[in-house]
Write a protein that binds this ligand. Structure first.
Ligand SMILES: *Cc1c(COP(=O)(O)O)cnc(C)c1O
Length: 424
């Protein structure tokens, strides 16, 4: 099936007389006829549901759709994108371990890694995604457990060289994890370029309507854990909390990673989405392919319009031939990148503030990547505690405006920008 068809059909196939739409199984618990049958589930001897903190059928149907879209072997939903990033890394690395991450990632993920996960005893090395081979080689240590990057970084819009980082990770016997939130599997499938695990904040384009916070982890099923037995004892040696099951032996390359993340991390940490939210996410996924096409077409026109505007100092959008990542974006995302653009208004902070105040179609919100066009001036909102000098050092200059182009008619979006720029 093509991606467009998978958006509609994958993950849930109703039987005779069953509901056409993924049913919302809004139940914490599931009934069994005997304790023995239930016991088999606890031992992971049989598959089935017993408690929604671990697994729920609605969630699993929706996860299966995302697995199909990414070309993976298994997937799990989480209650947020952050939970997905955390679980994906923590499923491999613990106290005393080390992780390599691209320095150009979502600020929230940077905090999660650099502050919170460090407090758990995991060390991180942040590398420039365009670093030299030598620098990348030097980042690896004997206790490195994985490499992490974002297909298109939020908000820097850096395009990550997935193939290059996959090769480096595999040469050191560790998997590559890719946060594919901004590209979505419609525009890029990291597994085809060598990524082993893919994460998502489904809060963005996948949900697409500002309705539900959520996340997802997809496993490619291609990483051979048993070939690196010493490196990943959590997957290759018995789990005493699950009656001595060895995940990589019992569930193979296709199932080990997600089963461990479910049986251990979801059981103990519990970041499960509600079935209702999974249902809403599924509604978003059904139109993902058509929405992404429109987001990209609109953003391309808006980026070209801004680039030619005399009051605009600079535009950053990987779909522009003038962009540093244009060629790389064409390789990984031949059909388009995403709807997010950043640009600077001539006149710095005050010009940006005047411009923002005049907008009518684009709404001011701290969100990105959904149907509604929205805009943010980090210097006067998310980063307002920083001085102009600090902002420049952080790569978020005082004039930077982040525009998330929605799926309204592009003429209305451009007319809105036009009248607001006229006021500057
Ligand atoms: C928003 C975002 C996250 C965090 O996701 P939440 O759903 O807000 O927890 C992670 N990665 C990227 C690229 C994001 O844009």
């Amino acid at each position: 099936m093509k991606q467009e068809t998978k958006c509609i059909q994958a993950g849930y196939v109703p039987g005779n007389g069953e509901p056409r739409m993924v049913p919302i199984i809004q139940s914490t618990t599931f009934k069994y006829d005997s304790s023995e049958e239930m016991g088999k589930l606890f031992d992971l001897e049989a598959s089935g549901y017993f408690y929604t903190r671990l697994q729920n059928p609605t969630n699993d149907h929706v996860a299966a759709k995302i697995a199909a879209l990414e070309g993976g072997s298994a997937a799990m939903l989480t209650s947020s994108g952050h939970a997905a990033s955390f679980y994906a890394v923590f499923n491999l690395a613990g106290a005393g371990d080390h992780v390599i991450s691209s320095a150009s990632i979502y600020g929230g993920t940077y905090n999660l890694f650099h502050v919170t996960m460090r407090r758990m005893g995991i060390d991180f090395t942040f590398v420039d995604p365009d670093c030299s081979e030598e620098e990348l080689e030097q980042a690896f240590r004997p206790n490195t457990k994985c490499v992490f990057g974002e297909t298109i970084a939020n908000p820097a819009l850096t395009v990550f060289d997935i193939e290059r980082f996959a090769k480096a990770a595999h040469a050191h016997g560790v998997p590559l994890i890719i946060d594919n939130t901004f590209a979505t599997p419609i525009n890029c499938r990291p597994i085809e370029w060598g990524a082993d695990i893919v994460t998502h904040s489904t809060t963005k384009y996948m949900d697409g309507h500002d309705a539900t916070v959520g996340g997802c982890i997809v496993d490619s099923g291609k990483f051979d854990w048993m070939a690196h037995k010493e490196q990943f004892p959590g997957l290759t040696t018995p789990d005493e909390s699950y009656h001595g099951i060895t995940y990589a032996e019992k569930f193979g390359m296709e199932g080990a990673f997600i089963t461990k993340a479910t049986a251990q991390l979801m059981r103990d940490l519990g970041a499960i989405p509600s079935p209702m939210n999974a249902y809403l996410l599924n509604l978003g996924l059904e139109s993902l392919a058509v929405r992404m096409e429109r987001h990209c077409a609109n953003a391309q026109k808006v980026a070209e319009y801004l680039e030619n505007h005399e009051k605009v100092a600079w535009v950053n959008y990987p779909g522009l031939p003038s962009n540093r990542y244009y060629q790389r974006a064409k390789k990984y995302m031949p059909n388009g990148t995403c709807g997010v653009i950043s640009f600077g208004v001539k006149g710095g902070r005050s010009a940006a503030e005047t411009f923002m105040g005049k907008l009518k179609v684009a709404i001011i919100a701290t969100h990105v990547a959904d149907a509604h066009t929205c805009i943010l001036h980090p210097a006067s909102s998310t980063h307002r505690q920083m001085s102009d000098e600090e902002l420049i050092n952080a790569g978020v200059g005082p004039d930077l405006v982040r525009l998330s182009v929605g799926i309204e008619h592009v003429d209305d979006i451009i007319a809105d920008l036009e009248q607001a720029l006229a006021a500057v």
